[in-house]
Write a protein that binds this ligand. Structure first.
Ligand SMILES: *Cc1c(COP(=O)(O)O)cnc(C)c1O
Length: 384
């Protein structure tokens, strides 16, 4: 079987983890801050807070921005459910901004329209969470301009996007956001097994993220409400979680990060083979090369209108041929849990259209050239 995504683990990665196993620290020790510094150096942000998943990072990012039960959060319907669930964890209300069909990313036009309406109805969101689908940045400059104008905070869900660039700067530099979140799940660009990170240029937010990661506990005397009782003393000053990353995971993350450019180059190389040899009536992923360098987490093609009835059949037949074609994503608002909250088919037409025609083809750094050609030939057989 050819999977749609897969990690690439070397002996160096294995050695890095084994070394930690033999050390004094298993859970959050010296490797976690080292990983945080490596990531923030790489993406040119000031502060990094490593946690046990991107889902946890999204949750505490919302909390750090003070999302609560009277607040509204908007995200993209074409994403993994975690991009929306994080707001529900805080008791907030979730709504979606429809996508642009060609990139699958949040539409700036739709965002603007929705903001104008929300302002009139006095129901502006507190936070908007754009998702860099497949590793290509959203139009962050435009989103930031709108968000600033309407007083809305921004969390970038860059789970797909470490190693990508926007306007010649690394995704994660937070030039156009308050907080940016990465995932290090094995199918993503680099992995720490499970793991995630929130990066920011705001020191106060970083402090809050750190507290929330570990039970809301601080050992910083300036944040305490009474003098220290002694050298054992710590204070819980708010309600946090155990979202800590372990040193084992961080060591793997550090080792993987040293290969991020290599991985992304290889993804581009393989995507180029698809681009050149997929000679079919398919919509290829639009690359906005003037502003974006994608991390190419996913290679998503779209069927044209005339082939739309074939959609399920194409994915089924690919799988029958040993190729795991996939679908990113089922629109979040059409999940039963979200439908029970009142969303329904027709709410976000572009997202729903995307769902009817998108197919994710295998793309990962261990994929071989001949496997890409096998995928291409199989697709040619199915669609001709
Ligand atoms: C993978 C993913 C997440 C969740 O990442 P975890 O590290 O598995 O929690 C969130 N958002 C998007 C867009 C993702 O692809």
């Amino acid at each position: 079987m050819i999977p749609y995504g897969k990690q690439s683990i070397s002996q160096t990665d294995i050695d890095a983890v084994v070394e930690v196993l033999k050390s004094d620290w298993l859970t959050q020790g010296p490797k976690v801050p080292e990983f945080e510094t490596s990531v923030t150096n790489y993406c040119k942000a000031e502060f990094g807070v490593a946690v046990n998943s991107a889902t946890s990072a999204l949750h505490i990012a919302c909390l750090a921005l003070e999302v609560g039960s009277n607040d509204i959060v908007w995200t993209s319907p074409i994403s993994f459910v975690a991009s929306a669930n994080c707001a529900l964890y805080c008791g907030a209300t979730v709504d979606f901004v429809d996508i642009d069909l060609d990139t699958g990313n949040m539409s700036v036009n739709e965002l603007e329209k929705k903001l104008i309406l929300a302002k009139q109805n006095n129901c502006l969101p507190k936070v908007v969470i754009p998702v860099h689908l497949a590793g290509q940045s959203c139009d962050m400059k435009a989103i930031h301009q709108l968000a600033t104008h309407y007083g809305v905070k921004i969390i970038e869900d860059a789970s797909h996007a470490i190693g990508g660039k926007y306007l010649d700067k690394p995704i994660g530099c937070c030039e156009f956001s308050d907080i940016c979140v990465f995932s290090f799940h094995p199918v993503k660009i680099i992995t720490s097994a499970e793991g995630g990170m929130a990066v920011t240029n705001n020191q106060e937010l970083a402090k809050r993220l750190r507290k929330l990661r570990s039970h809301g506990i601080t050992s910083d005397p300036t944040e305490m409400t009474e003098p220290s009782h002694g050298p054992w003393y710590y204070q819980q000053v708010e309600l946090g979680f155990n979202y800590r990353m372990t040193d084992l995971h961080a060591a793997l993350g550090i080792s993987q990060l040293s290969k991020v450019d290599e991985f992304v180059n290889q993804r581009h190389f393989l995507a180029q083979i698809y681009d050149t040899h997929l000679d079919l009536n398919l919509i290829r992923p639009l690359q906005q090369n003037n502003t974006c360098y994608s991390a190419y987490h996913l290679y998503i093609v779209q069927l044209t209108d005339s082939d739309i009835e074939q959609h399920k059949n194409v994915i089924t037949q690919l799988r029958a041929a040993g190729i795991i074609g996939h679908l990113h994503y089922i629109p979040i608002h059409l999940q039963p849990y979200y439908k029970a909250m009142g969303f329904s088919a027709g709410d976000f037409p572009n997202a729903e259209k995307y769902y009817q025609r998108a197919i994710t083809l295998p793309l990962h750094p261990t994929l071989q050239d001949h496997e890409v050609h096998l995928v291409i030939n199989t697709l040619h057989q199915i669609l001709n």
